[in-house]
Design a binder for this molecule. Structure first.
Ligand code: TYM
Length: 329
């Protein structure tokens, strides 16, 4: 079976619709056909300041959401990044292979550091290199992510190639797995910006009160026209809603456009609010069930970490040997 790996930050507690449609939905599908590794990346989370209690809670909440959204711990290996020390260890080796200029070109770092008021830490700068370690440790064939991660995937391939050239073939060059239709879900209040936890205006969160989500959807920015058509360039707001609607309902955008012929934006938004509510209500119930038994949840994660370490440990040992580190016994 080909292998996939992906990760998600626990930073915000609740995931949002962009996370689900851009990434997690694909994770769920790929666990059927691939040897899948999915991790909650708490090491990445501390690149910006975290309250320790909140981080711990958010990590559990993230794992609970992944399970509730359909990740099956018997088919996929679900784990917490900090439970597998090899991530940080390989990250260091890869940092030593990364050019300062190369890391400086990462647009996510530029965006995040520009937005941040607190002092920008070095960890935020080296963030994508740790991400490369996450991926390369598992020799993943594919990495299911949203469009915003494409540049980090390119860096990962470059580092894998560089390591292989310098020390001999060790890592597989991974491919980004980005589903075009849902690669970038836009903010409901600013449909030219990606839906994001860091600029939360029109962000639909999976764990918020469904009434609140429905209201956000009803007040989504559309445009001055009246016709419901899919035209991302001229009608980004309506097009974004159609993409979300289509993904959640399993109906094609064309089918929806035909169905809403002659109806108004209000109808579309009201119906989408209902579709979302129907989707998310059982998810919220499952999350609550998982969180009610944190010991059981921790057990699932411990088992995942054990499986992950079997793979990661072997890859790290090979990489350390290639680099010229003395065997430890
Ligand atoms: P993160 O936690 O910001 O987001 C998790 C996933 O959600 C996708 N995503 C979106 N997709 C479509 N539209 C949006 N508006 C949207 N917002 C977020 C992201 O592309 C991502 O796939 N660096 C990663 C975490 C990471 C990782 C990894 C990913 C760490 N190590 C190894 C893959 C492989 C991140 O910050 O994702």
């Amino acid at each position: 079976r080909p292998r996939v790996l992906s990760g998600i930050q626990p930073t915000a507690g609740s995931f949002h619709l962009g996370n689900y449609l851009g990434a997690i939905r694909q994770w769920v599908a790929l666990q059927e056909t691939h040897d899948a590794f999915y991790c909650v990346v708490d090491l990445h989370a501390i690149t910006v300041e975290q309250d320790p209690k909140v981080l711990r809670q958010n990590t559990r909440t993230s794992a609970a959401q992944l399970l509730a959204l359909g990740i099956d711990p018997d088919s996929a290996t679900l784990f917490v990044q900090s439970h597998v020390p090899e991530h940080a260890q390989l990250g260091w080796v890869l940092q030593c292979l990364t050019g300062f200029g190369e890391a400086s070109r990462m647009t996510q770092f530029k965006d995040k550091s520009a937005r941040q008021e607190a002092q920008v830490g070095v960890g935020l700068f080296t963030y994508p290199i740790l991400q490369a370690a996450d991926i390369l440790l598992y020799n993943a064939h594919h990495v299911p992510v949203g469009e915003d991660q494409r540049q980090h995937l390119e860096l990962t391939r470059d580092l894998a190639q560089r390591f292989n050239t310098r020390y001999g073939k060790t890592f597989r060059l991974p491919e980004a797995y980005i589903v075009k239709d849902t690669a970038k879900i836009y903010d409901l209040q600013d449909p030219t910006a990606k839906m994001s936890k860091s600029v939360p205006t029109g962000v639909v969160e999976l764990l918020e009160d469904v009434k609140r989500s429905a209201k956000k959807i009803r007040s989504a920015v559309t445009d001055t026209g009246r016709e419901i058509t899919y035209d991302p360039e001229h009608k980004p707001g309506v097009s974004n809603l159609l993409v979300i609607y289509s993904a959640l309902s399993g109906r094609t955008v064309e089918d929806l456009v035909a169905d809403y012929d002659g109806k108004g934006y209000g109808d579309l938004k009201k119906d989408l609010g209902e579709v979302f509510t129907e989707f998310v209500t059982p998810v919220q119930e499952k999350v609550a069930t998982y969180l009610a038994d944190p010991a059981e949840l921790d057990k699932v994660l411990a088992k995942g970490a054990e499986r992950a370490r079997e793979v990661a440990g072997k890859t790290l040992a090979r990489a350390y040997d290639k680099v010229g580190f003395l065997p430890s016994g």
